[in-house]
Write a protein that binds this ligand. Structure first.
Ligand SMILES: CC(C)(COP(=O)(O)OP(=O)(O)OC[C@H]1O[C@@H](n2cnc3c(N)ncnc32)[C@H](O)[C@@H]1OP(=O)(O)O)[C@@H](O)C(=O)NCCC(=O)NCCS
Length: 191
């Protein structure tokens, strides 16, 4: 068993990514929170958040810019009381049924207030609107905050990714089926 996964199992006493039938419902936004698409003037703020959040495998300013401007991706920004405090980047590849959450990041000062969860939920809604039936993502084994967030949001483990990251850390590939807008048997969609 890879060392980092052992660390997670030891800490949590049970796997993070068990099967879940539940689709979490949209919760009310924390007060002052606004989610929107990124614009050019957000770039310096996104770079700053990226720099303070990751020691390795950071997105370059150029990558952040491309994620915000390409038609095959979407960059959502979280604004709290007018300040940019986080982002979620999603890839939509033609011919691929699943969207990919390529990045999720919240400024240190704004963590623990539900912003990451709201960005994730909004990313899923956008993915469904692009006709995607699921969301995949990769997460470091030694990132319990992100692992718990994803597990609570209904993501399950597809496979382990040995030495996936530049520093040799193992990863998990996770998936969630998106069915918020799938018509039910009665013909109604939910919510
Ligand atoms: C992971 C990250 C995006 C979470 O953002 P956040 O806004 O703080 O998350 P939320 O406040 O929405 O928390 C949602 C849930 O995640 C879990 N969680 C978040 N931070 C946690 C922490 N430090 N420890 C344990 N659980 C945590 C909790 O279950 C929490 O729900 P709860 O508050 O009801 O218990 C943020 O910590 C971050 O940007 N980290 C650095 C970048 C990163 O690792 N990104 C993920 C790459 S895959």
């Amino acid at each position: 068993m890879p060392q980092a996964q052992g660390f997670i199992l030891e800490k949590s006493k049970e796997p993070f990514f068990g099967p879940s039938d539940e689709t979490p419902q949209r919760t009310s936004n924390p007060s002052g929170l606004r989610l929107r698409l990124a614009k050019f003037s957000d770039l310096p703020h996104l770079v700053k958040i990226e720099m303070e959040s990751f020691d390795s495998d950071r997105f370059s300013p150029r990558t952040l810019h491309r994620l915000a401007t390409r038609p095959t991706s979407c960059m959502l920004v979280a604004e709290m009381d007018g300040a940019v405090v986080g982002y979620a980047a999603v890839l939509f590849r033609a011919g691929v049924r699943h969207a990919r959450l390529y990045g999720l990041c919240v400024a240190k000062v704004a963590r623990g207030r539900g912003i990451g969860s709201h960005l994730l939920e909004e990313a899923e809604i956008r993915a469904e609107k692009h006709g995607k039936t699921g969301m995949t993502l990769e997460v470091r084994c030694d990132n319990p905050a992100a692992c718990i967030l994803y597990a609570n949001a209904g993501y399950i483990e597809v496979c382990q990714l040995p030495s996936y990251y530049a520093d040799g850390c193992n990863g998990f590939r996770l998936i969630k089926r998106l069915n918020r807008f799938t018509p039910s048997i009665s013909g109604k969609s939910h919510p």
